[in-house]
Design a protein around this ligand. Structure first.
Ligand code: GAR
Length: 215
């Protein structure tokens, strides 16, 4: 089989701040990745991350879910835009919508997400508050391929942070975000380098290196 090694195209979906997207773009710039950021799509006109995208000359698109009668029609509009941009990889970076099975199947194997917890612990929302309430001593973030279950799917890498006795939600969230900004660029780069192979519910990194990061 012939492999064409060239410039791959990333499309990113955000809902608001977009700091993970920013971390990925900055790492790509610093490390001179051969990659094209073809567009950022937000489901809110006011998503703050759109400003960073514009400042980098990355095309921005707003597809408001509220403008669509069903999840299916919203996702169909997303698919149309993402396909038009020629995405090799779709990066969910704080995209706070549940995606339909049809969307997930369409991008199977090239759709990744970051979740602010050490999955399978704390799927869903309010992860930092729930981690504090559970009294865990370690918390963190997970980058994973997206499959049809919410916050499931083969894990690409995880980053752990300690939980301190006097942490509140804000302090813990800030510590987790710092490790998110380290692990998401690494996961994206591994994908771009063709180093990720999905085997069942696991991701094999070739050649192997640690898929666990610590702050
Ligand atoms: C991040 O903490 C990310 O892990 C989380 O939203 C935040 C987005 O921040 N994602 C989820 O909760 C997805 N279920 P950002 O917009 O600054 O990247």
């Amino acid at each position: 089989m012939n492999y064409i090694v060239g410039m791959l195209t990333i499309v990113t979906l955000i809902s608001d701040r977009g700091s993970n997207f920013e971390a990925i773009v900055k790492t790509a710039q610093n490390e001179q990745w051969p990659v094209r950021f073809a567009g950022v799509i937000a489901n809110h006109l006011t998503a703050k991350g759109l400003d960073f995208a514009r400042s980098q000359g990355i095309p921005t698109y707003v597809i408001e879910h509220l403008g669509h009668p069903t999840r299916e029609s919203f996702d169909a509009a997303l698919i149309e835009q993402i396909d038009a941009l020629g995405a090799d990889l779709v990066v969910l970076a704080g995209f706070m919508r549940i995606l339909t099975p049809g969307f997930i199947r369409h991008f199977a194997g090239r759709l990744i997400n970051i979740h602010p917890a050490l999955l399978p612990a704390f799927p869903g929302l309010h992860t930092h508050k729930r981690a504090l309430e559970a009294g865990v001593t370690e918390h963190g973030a997970t980058v994973h391929f997206v499959t049809e279950g919410v916050d499931e799917g083969p894990i690409i890498c995880q980053g752990t942070v300690p939980v301190h006795k006097d942490d509140d939600v804000e302090a813990l969230a800030a510590r987790v975000l710092a490790i998110e900004h380290q692990i998401y660029p690494r996961a994206v780069k591994w994908f771009l380098d063709g180093r990720l192979r999905i085997e069942g519910n696991q991701v094999k990194l070739q050649p192997p290196e640690s898929q666990l990061f610590k702050l």
